[in-house]
Design a protein around this ligand. Structure first.
Ligand code: G3H
Ligand code: 13P
Ligand code: ZN
Length: 309
């Protein structure tokens, strides 16, 4: 089993009306949880790493962990740089064995976004690595960049952007946002934009960022055990499932894993105040994250069985 690019998995996902889950990994337990879920569900997965997570773990540790996970799971996976800020970070990721990179020029003007994305595509394609780009701005915070409002992706611009940059997939803004506080009113996504882009770019994989559902179960578990996370709200499952059945081939989730891990650890600390073995609370968190990822594969993504030869 190997770390592979997303090309083939996206093609199969597009044709099959499902999506591949991209789960942010920040430590060994999360890597193991995602890999075990992928094995149990025989599903492709994307292990994605933000530039701050890459710095936190260190490229050497990360590479060894991910290779071990892939081997143990027995399914092909992609290792993806999430929200790559510049060519330098992309180069570090590719030199460290990443099979897919994102260059996020979405906060730049259109022409600058085209130029930086084009540069990254040239560097990555020469090394067999695929590139995700982004057009449109999600509300919320990602790494150090934040925006108070959405700027929805304009379909004709998306077509021009893909043609001019040669990127392999495109993240679009249709109303999702990063973090745990996605909607103050009724959840709503702009499916008209997604459908228009799908019609203008047939067969081209679209990516949905900010796609955590913010499971009330884990928010409550955290709050009942000392957290102060009020007003959290995510994307309803049926909206994500609909997106996966259309042109969306990659769905990003980070917040759900963080809430699950934190809620579980807080509960162990509260229920067993004499416990101080990290394996006891991290191990329980790992089991819950595995269960969560398996549920995502079955109920949100529809990717179960996708890794079967
Ligand atoms: O979209 C951003 C991801 O949730 C990564 O966040 O930079 O805190 O690792 P991070
Ligand atoms: P969430 O904050 O909804 O989990 O989104 C994660 C993401 O888009 C990472 O790039
Ligand atoms: Zn994102």
């Amino acid at each position: 089993m190997a770390l592979v690019s997303t090309k083939e998995m996206f093609q199969k996902a597009y044709e099959g009306g499902y999506a591949i889950g991209a789960f942010n990994i920040n430590n060994m337990e999360i890597v193991q949880a995602v890999a075990r879920a992928a094995k149990a569900q025989q599903s492709h997965v994307i292990l994605q790493v933000s530039s701050s997570a890459l710095t936190y773990m260190g490229p050497g540790y990360l590479k060894a962990l991910v290779e071990a996970a892939c081997e143990e799971a027995g399914v092909d996976m992609a290792l993806h740089l999430d929200h790559g800020p510049d060519l330098k970070t992309v180069q570090l990721a590719i030199d460290s064995g990443f099979t897919s990179v994102m260059i996020d020029g979405s906060h730049e003007d259109f022409e600058t976004n085209v130029r930086v994305t084009r540069e990254v595509v040239e560097y990555a394609h020469a090394r067999g690595v695929v590139v995700e780009a982004e057009l449109g701005v999600l509300a919320g915070v990602e790494d150090e960049v934040s925006s108070a409002t959405h700027t929805y992706t304009e379909p004709l611009q998306a077509k021009e952007f893909v043609q001019r940059t040669g990127c392999d997939s495109l993240a679009i803004a249709i109303g999702t946002s990063h973090g745990a506080f996605k909607f103050s009113g009724e959840p709503h996504l702009k499916f008209d934009i997604l459908e228009e882009i799908g019609a203008l770019l047939p067969g081209f994989p679209i990516v949905l960022h900010g796609a955590s559902s913010v499971d009330p179960h884990y928010v409550a578990m955290a709050n009942e055990n000392g957290a102060a996370i009020q007003g959290a709200r995510g994307i309803p499952l049926d909206l994500l499932r609909k997106a996966a059945s259309l042109a969306v081939c990659k769905i990003n989730m980070d917040t759900d894993l963080r809430l699950c891990m934190t809620g579980t650890i807080r509960k162990v600390f509260h229920d067993k105040p004499a416990e101080f073995d990290p394996r006891k609370y991290l191990g329980e968190a790992r089991s819950n994250v595995q269960r969560l990822v398996e549920e995502k594969i079955q109920w949100v993504l529809g990717s179960e069985g996708s890794a079967k030869k």
